[in-house]
Design a protein around this ligand. Structure first.
Ligand code: AMP
Length: 632
């Protein structure tokens, strides 16, 4: 076995040869002319001149060897459905959707917004888009009309694909009314809406605009739609993510680099083999869903499980039952889900035969040691933490057992992966931190490896300004995460440097939540911070100054207003962004220049020392919050 250190060194020092080799893992219609074009930093063009197609690599390529093997296994414990699609059937379904999109006027380069629950049709839709060179923009089904409208305006989709409803814990969650509201709110109007009718919730169809998936599919049962060969640098999708400003960014991904990056990661990191089953419990609305429910496993010729439902319903054995039934070899989940399961009866883990499972990968938020230890003991397989971002598309820090077996260290996601030149930088001096234990901001030196975002959709300037301009005089990519590194080079992530919080693995911008709360007529000012939570990692906590204090004269009035404010967030952004509490104050702690002291507020909420407060304008403002969270 090669040493990982050599593998990593070669990925940086002999970059083109290294990635030319990895490029052999996928099918090309025309081979790449140039491996890495970094002539215009920080932009990187991978495999330019080569033509390929993501859908071909995920689906058509496997027809030769495994047409009748499982490709997509759709399981819903909400609607009690369980359907397996072979590669042949998946190929047929994807072509049907591609034909529908062509009929609705979609051309190469057009955007298709997908706002859907976790159903098989959502996977068909994503693959149908990349098949014809259209860009998908999946919006998480938990987002409400305001979030959806801003994404519609930014992506300017020609077509939106949605459904009547999702379902959560047996409760129908209608999608169509939210979509209609979002389209009303948005300036951009999609020309067509394609709707899957699951029979869960009645839909009012808008004439001329809305089309039902079922009847349109029937028209195209036998329509063949060949893959559109696109340049490796052709964008495959945009996916919105939160940052410091209130406006979400459209992370734009290419085609060839992404396909190569995923194929390589499936081999070196996830070690999934063709014909086996992969089970990621994420949602297609997040990057893990894009890379490791849909494209990664399928590119590797694996069957992938798409699961709609909770980890605890009908009981806490539901996932392990699927592992046994479908002989899952590789599983991917989030620490929050494991913490939820940890509270349930451990007997559920013993009830099923889990011998097929080789590893459980966890990502999205810090994995605490007790959780890691509990699941490691319960499963008896390696628990592999991996750190990455929507921007990167695949793991930045983890261990690559496909190259060289390395131990996991609980509390650390691991070491920098091949292709990533990761450094820790002191925020004040901009110097590189090289000694074990030193704390710094995690930055990456370009060129970024294949799979990394190309740019911010339609905003190159924002890409450069946001990610590449935080260290003066040095063009490096900032992850906006703090970390330390131990003597073996293992990183320990300590949290974000910006105003992003992480609730149950969901990345949320506190500014977005603040903007939403500010729209309540009685709110004068608001600060939202992330506060440590035993189950969800973090929760959002809001501190509000109200315009008319007589509205919160007693506890009952406070509770009513708190409920109203939560409803505003629910209806604009979605319940996922709802603060766990809204607290009322008469002042917010700020510096003399008027900057909110978020870190101090957060520290006080977590009963930690508030740090350096020499610049605080009004210490009483912080005292008010301190009094709400007396030291334990
Ligand atoms: P997202 O773009 O939604 O995947 O969120 C990315 C952010 O989640 C990172 O910048 C980290 O703050 C956090 N994150 C993701 N994975 C991990 C991990 N394994 N350990 C610690 N933090 C993580």
């Amino acid at each position: 076995m090669a040493s990982f250190a050599d593998f990593h060194a070669r990925s940086l020092n002999d970059r083109d040869a290294f990635w030319a080799e990895q490029a052999q893992l996928i099918d090309w219609q025309t081979p790449p002319q140039e491996i890495c074009d970094h002539s215009n930093p920080p932009f990187t063009r991978w495999f330019a001149g080569g033509t390929t197609n993501l859908c071909h690599n995920a689906v058509d390529r496997h027809l030769k060897d495994r047409a009748d093997q499982a490709a997509l296994i759709f399981v819903s414990t909400e609607t009690n459905q369980e359907v397996t699609y072979t590669f042949r059937q998946l190929h047929a379904e994807v072509q049907r959707v591609a034909a529908m999109l062509l009929e609705l006027g979609i051309k190469k380069g057009d955007r298709v917004l997908i706002y859907m629950p976790m159903i098989a049709e959502a996977a068909f839709a994503m693959l149908a888009c990349t098949r014809i060179g259209a860009l998908h923009s999946v919006v998480f089904g938990g987002f409400a009309s305001g979030s959806l409208a801003s994404r519609i305006d930014n992506a300017t989709p020609t077509v939106v694909i949605s459904a009547d409803a999702g379902s959560r814990s047996g409760k129908v969650v209608p999608y169509k009314p939210l979509l209609d509201e979002a389209i009303t709110l948005a300036k951009h109007k999609p020309s067509a809406v394609l709707l899957v009718d699951r029979g869960l919730s009645a839909m009012n169809l808008v004439e001329g605009r809305d089309h039902l998936y079922g009847p349109l599919r029937d028209k195209h049962l036998n329509t063949e739609v060949p893959c559109e060969w696109v340049d490796a640098t052709h964008p495959s999708y945009t996916l919105y993510t939160s940052g410091t400003t209130g406006k979400p960014k459209g992370v734009q991904r290419d085609t060839g680099g992404y396909a190569v990056a995923l194929a390589a990661s499936m081999k070196h990191i996830f070690q999934g083999n063709p014909g086996e089953t992969y089970f990621s419990t994420s949602d297609i609305g997040w990057v893990v869903g894009h890379s490791y429910i849909i494209y990664g496993p399928l590119i590797a010729g694996m069957a992938t499980i798409m699961y709609e439902g909770l980890p605890t319903r009908p009981d806490a054995g539901v996932w392990w039952n699927l592992v046994e039934k479908y002989k899952v070899t590789v599983m991917f989940s989030a620490p929050t889900a494991v913490r939820v399961l940890k509270k349930q009866d451990p007997a559920f883990l013993k009830k099923y035969d889990l011998s097929s499972l080789r590893a459980l990968f966890l990502a999205g938020e810090p994995l605490d040691e007790p959780t890691a230890e509990w699941i490691s003991e319960a499963l008896g397989v390696p628990i592999i933490d991996n750190y990455w971002q929507t921007e990167s598309g695949w793991p930045i820090l983890t261990i690559a057992n496909g190259i060289e077996k390395a131990p996991s260290k609980f509390g650390s996601p691991g070491i920098p992966m091949y292709g990533y030149n990761v450094k820790l930088i002191n925020e004040n001096t901009n110097e590189e931190m090289t000694e074990p234990g030193e704390k710094g901001v995690v930055v990456i030196e370009g060129p970024m490896p294949p799979g990394f975002m190309q740019t911010v959709w339609q905003d190159d300037k924002r890409f450069v300004d946001t990610y590449w301009s935080s260290i003066p005089g040095r063009m490096v990519y900032s992850t906006f995460d703090w970390a330390t590194r131990d003597k073996d080079g293992y990183f320990f992530i300590l949290g974000r440097t910006d105003d992003v919080i992480n609730v149950a693995g969901h990345r949320l911008g506190t500014r977005e939540i603040e903007e939403s709360i500010s729209s309540h007529p009685n709110v004068a000012e608001v600060a939202v911070v992330g506060v440590a939570d035993q189950l969800k990692g973090q929760v959002a906590m809001a501190f509000v100054i109200i315009k008319d204090p007589s509205k919160v004269a007693d506890d009952a009035a406070k509770l009513t207003l708190e409920g109203e404010i939560m409803k505003v967030v629910d209806s604009q952004l979605g319940a996922v962004a709802r603060p766990s509490r809204v607290r009322f104050v008469t002042a917010l702690p700020k510096t003399r220049s008027g900057k909110l002291l978020r870190r101090a507020i957060q520290a006080v909420c977590e009963q930690r020392d508030a740090g350096d407060l020499t610049t605080i304008e009004d210490p009483m403002a912080l005292k008010q919050i301190q009094d709400m969270f007396p030291p334990a």
